[in-house]
Design a protein around this ligand. Structure first.
Ligand SMILES: [Zn+2]
Length: 206
């Protein structure tokens, strides 16, 4: 007699398998959109922190091309009232996970992406120097999707397995490293759920 396996509805189409080859800085299985908004990390500094963000452009609207445009300095300031405030701003993140679970990479992992701004973690400033930034498409108050939690957990596992300095990297939100200035990924982000997904399989409740 075989075990009866629970049937889980497939809500998203199958996504490419994510991976990172030794010595590589671009994730396999991620769509690549190269951002010019990056530079070298300080000499000898390796990433040792993972910062989770939330973003949507315009806020609350999902699925458009505007995050790619923001990170590649091609956002049309006339395209939306909100975009005017973003004119001339140069930002990026290493990765974005869209509502449907698609993973986009903008900056190679060994370079410094410009996602955290003025920030500090446990007394150490300039988190961009030593972190990997992961944006989730969303808002502070809209529940993130199961597809996003699933892909985020996979991305984190791949990073921790592939980059020794990230093996025990703390996971924080942008609001944790820039309190008073940033609120993302917001109260909608379910940290216990992410931690449960990252827990070893035997400890995971289903
Ligand atoms: Zn942020």
């Amino acid at each position: 007699m075989g075990r009866i396996l629970p049937i889980r509805a497939r809500t998203t189409k199958r996504r490419p398998r994510l991976g990172l080859k030794a010595g590589e800085a671009w994730l396999q299985g991620a769509r690549q959109v190269r951002s010019p908004n990056c530079d070298d990390r300080p000499a000898g500094v390796q990433p040792s922190l993972i910062v989770v963000h939330g973003i949507s452009l315009p806020p609350g609207q999902f699925g458009g091309p505007h995050i790619d445009e923001l990170f590649t300095n091609t956002l049309n300031p006339a395209g939306h009232l909100y975009f005017r405030d973003l004119a001339g701003i140069k930002v990026s993140s290493h990765l974005l996970i869209r509502r449907n679970g698609e993973v986009v990479q903008y900056v190679p992992l060994h370079r410094r992406a410009w996602h955290a701004g003025k920030s500090s973690f446990r007394g150490r400033e300039r988190c961009n120097d030593y972190s990997v930034g992961i944006e989730l498409e969303g808002t502070d108050n809209t529940p993130y999707t199961q597809a996003q939690y699933g892909r985020l957990a996979t991305v984190i596992r791949v990073l921790r397995r592939s980059l020794p300095t990230l093996a025990a990297a703390p996971l924080v939100g942008h609001s944790d490293v820039a309190p008073g200035r940033k609120t993302d990924p917001g109260p909608a982000f379910d940290w216990p759920h992410l931690r449960q997904r990252l827990a070893p399989r035997t400890a995971r409740r289903r």
